[in-house]
Design a protein around this ligand. Structure first.
Ligand code: SIN
Ligand code: FE2
Length: 208
């Protein structure tokens, strides 16, 4: 299928073919071996249904102190580097010269979902967010700059990329549900979503 836009969100179906998905899964298993998946808590103390970890200079965490980027995994370990295959995907689809400095890995087991939210914890909101879906298909809902209002939904399949940039950068979005077992990529089912971002302000010294 050709790439298309929904409210300015660029969807690239099948950006990664089946063998590239398998290779990337190996990279992500290595990331999770060094930085294990954990269930973040919201600032109100609710456990999120999605498990998460990160790669890059900083990683996204949430606990009673709120949402933020941290230089270390909750265990105290450094986050592993962003896998090269993901950096290439960013170069191919993000449309920006700045490299990503963080890569959030979300794992959706059976019944996991993600409520409508904006991605706005990054320093430079002119830089896009690139999301890659792996495994089970997910119903991705795209809303508005303000909370509420009419929304549109699209199924994201394994290998699909979505880019939230430009006027779509701050649109509310979420995952209503995952069709458990719809893909054979993960032997026990489930969905992995990887989002790369430029989280830190441009500073003296390199990103990466
Ligand atoms: C997110 O908004 O952080 C994740 C979206 C997705 O899982 O596709
Ligand atoms: Fe998001």
């Amino acid at each position: 299928m050709e790439p298309f836009d929904i409210r300015g969100v660029r969807i690239v179906p099948g950006a990664l073919d089946a063998s590239a998905q398998v290779d990337l899964l190996g990279d992500l298993r290595a990331v999770a071996a060094r930085a294990p998946l954990f269930h973040p808590e919201t600032a109100r103390g609710r456990r999120m249904s999605v498990r998460m970890t990160s790669a890059g200079r900083v990683g996204w965490v949430s606990d009673r102190r709120g949402y933020r980027y941290e230089p270390r995994h909750p265990s105290g370990a450094d986050w592993p580097p962003i896998p090269d295959r993901l950096l290439s995907l960013w170069r191919a689809h993000a449309g920006t010269a700045a490299p990503p400095d963080t890569c959030l890995v979300n794992f959706y087991g059976e019944g996991a979902r993600m409520g409508m939210h904006q991605d706005r914890d990054e320093a430079d909101l002119d830089q896009p967010v690139l999301s890659l879906s792996l495994g089970d298909a997910a119903l991705f809902r795209i809303g508005n700059l303000e909370r509420g209002g009419r929304t549109e939904s699209v199924w994201l399949h394994s290998g699909d990329v979505a880019v939230l940039g430009g006027k779509a950068r701050l649109l509310h979005h979420g995952i209503d549900r995952v069709r458990h077992g719809s893909s054979r990529l993960l032997p026990d089912g489930g969905r992995i979503n990887v989002t790369m971002r430029v989280a830190l302000p441009p500073a003296a010294g390199a990103r990466g």
